[in-house]
Design a binder for this molecule. Sequence first.
Ligand code: GLN
Length: 479
Amino acid sequence: MSIDVASLTMDAIASGLRSKEFKAEEIAQAALAFAEAENPKTNAYLTFASERALAAARKVDAAIAAGTDPGPLAGVPIAVKDVIVTRGVRTTCGSKILEHYIPPYDATAITRIEAAGGVLLGKTNCDEFAMGSSNENSAYGPVRNPRALDRVPGGSSGGSAAVVAQGTAVASLGSDTGGSIRQPASFCGVVGVTPTYGRVSRYGLTAFARSLDHIGPFARSVRDAARLLGAMAGKDPMDSTSAAAPVPDYLAALDGNVKGLKIGLPKEYFTGLESETGALVSRAIDALKAMGCEVREISLPHTDYAIATYYIICTAEASSNLARYDGVRYSRRAEGADTLGEMYKKSRGEGFGAECKRRIMLGTYVLSAGYYDAYYLKAQRVRALIAQDYAKAFEQVDVIASPVSPFPAFKIGEKVADPMAMYLSDIYTITGDLAGIPCMSVPCGDTAEGLPVGLQIFAKHFDEPTMFRVADAYERSRS
Ligand code: GLN
């Protein structure tokens, strides 16, 4: 029997397993074969975890045969961004410096997904240490957008967005520090969710900028994304910043009823948009109005400072987090150095790509004596103002809607020579990370050229249920 992995939903998998239409092992085999065959087109997977996938699937089949509950993600093929550690499965972080790194432990998100019956298919390509907006900073080559192979899939979780768009995985995990889940979701036409900071444990997520890093799901529907988040979320003793707040039943929130909900449109987020992006986002907002939402303009006055603030804070944290890759422990060691100092220099010089080096230098600079107050401390103060903008806006509205990116997927190579132009890809996404609020991208149509565009929805801290309700109602209105 041939299983069409590209059209499977989590509900279809659950009912097919229940009715014995197929076994989890058959889904895993089909998904692995399909992913391996498709991968040369996109370069989205870096490593396949075939043995681990088949073992997990057999466990699900055994649970079903024994009449026990195989879990909410039973048999679901899930790909994982290569910055999330997986025991026994190579984890490169898109970097040469970790080319041969085989982690001795699993991230909590992975442990929870497998406990829920999920099947880890493989690891996906990404920008080196999650630094980038196009996946062109990977040491293992760029990923091609499955919707337009000459274009980027977005970044830094480009591989994770691409595999879901391509249909080789039913869902995937990415990480978001400044937009790296929502922007590639928007560029590839899939759903991408950045949960509230602390909602999903960061244990086992390789640190880029810890005060901003999030793990979150990609899926082909809001429903699947909500289910995957529900399986990962919740307090973890291994991450002291993980939140103790109870995890609501996200699927229960998807009742289609958005009547009377107040949606804020930040006026600062609708300037500088490419016209087709603007038109598609406006059409999505009209659809929400037609379902009974009340729409009003709001202001997030500190938006102009977001990019500068983000690049000071994230580089400061990155310069410290990347210090551990010194050639002494698990990272690559350069040959032919005579002294310890030389060995550090050579190993790091050879191992890191240009963007990591740029950020280490910038981050070291903003933290150095004499500049700390002028840059880092000031950026932290502005970060508080950005968070306050949202808090004030949420006194008037339930959710906020905006574009995800000012433009759709651009051509491979188009922005590599101009880091500032690249950084602007994240102008509408980074404020969500700086404020720590949940936000997501839901597809809202394609441009005339067939390039997907995403609608972004932000909600209050821990109010993922309302965010999902709005996104799901909108998604239903399109089908
Ligand atoms: N593109 C942003 C950056 O380069 C965001 C990256 C991310 O969210 N990991 O830092």
